[in-house]
Design a protein around this ligand. Structure first.
Ligand SMILES: Nc1ncnc2c1ncn2[C@@H]1O[C@H](COP(=O)(O)OP(=O)(O)O)[C@@H](O)[C@H]1O
Length: 253
């Protein structure tokens, strides 16, 4: 698959141009491209939200992009819906094209936190090629390790806000008002694929296929493994310091 990625460098220059008026600090900030790898219910979305905010880079979640495309009834949404309904992976070519298009948007010029992508070696290789075409690369791939029985427990209690996909768990991370998002007040709902045998099917895909990404990034010296079976805050602290150590940057203000 010949994939090329054309970041909007002119907008990057314009961004640099406008940033030179502020301070050289902006220039010193490295572009940070981070991948979060984890099974369903591992806390990828919860941790990604916090981390992206702290690092000042966009949180790009492949599942959210698919769900929005389905809700908007776009051509991508029509293509992807049957796979999501079956809890299967959307074909690599469709997924890669969607993500590389999203990464070429100006807001990703300073880096990106990828959640749920890549999930296959083909996707990982396409991402590496796409980033390389813009003289960028993955800085680190973080694996959130959580035992399978804990994942099933978490997924059965997962609720998500209708407006912005803020994740909750009725047992471990409940909203202040049942059924209502603390942040934007929208209704919380349980995803179709967080029910019954769909949970097991998606976990089988993760532990049968996506798990091979760990070797892929380990061989590149980019893998960070984090114990995800602790409190949200404890995981966040370990995750953030591990990434800062790897990227060698001070926390953005
Ligand atoms: N990188 C990907 N490749 C293929 N399909 C994907 C990818 N990311 C998400 N999907 C599809 O979107 C669905 C929802 O993804 P997501 O919201 O990340 O939930 P989960 O982490 O529980 O799988 C997946 O079950 C799959 O059908």
């Amino acid at each position: 698959m010949a994939v090329s990625l054309h970041f909007h460098l002119w907008s990057g220059r314009r961004l640099y141009g406008s940033a030179t008026a502020h301070s050289l600090q902006f220039r010193r900030r490295k572009i940070v491209n981070i991948i979060l790898i984890g099974a369903q219910g591992s806390g990828k979305g919860t941790q990604a939200e916090r981390l992206a905010h702290k690092l000042g880079i966009p949180h790009v979640a492949s599942g959210d992009l698919f769900r929005k495309a389905i809700a908007d009834k776009t051509e991508l949404g029509v293509q992807a819906k049957e796979y999501l309904d079956r809890g299967e992976l959307v074909p690599d070519d469709i997924t890669v094209a969607m993500i590389l298009k999203r990464l070429s948007a100006p807001d990703c010029a300073r880096g990106v936190l990828l959640d749920g992508f890549p999930r296959t070696i083909v996707q990982a290789q396409a991402l590496d090629r796409g980033l390389a075409s813009a003289a960028r690369s993955v800085d680190c791939a973080v694996y959130l390790q959580v035992p399978r029985d804990v994942l099933v427990e978490r997924l059965s209690g997962r609720y998500i806000c209708r407006a912005h996909q803020h994740p909750y768990n009725i047992r471990t991370n409940p909203p202040k008002v049942p059924g209502v998002c603390d942040i934007d007040g929208s209704e919380l709902y349980q995803r179709e694929d967080d029910r019954g045998e769909m949970i097991q099917r998606r976990l089988d895909i993760f532990f049968g296929e996506t798990i091979h990404l760990l070797d892929y990034y380990q061989q590149q010296g980019k893998l960070i493994e984090i114990d995800g079976n602790r409190s949200i805050e404890a995981v966040h602290q370990q995750l953030y310091s591990a990434i800062m150590e790897r990227v060698g940057e001070k926390e953005r203000e």
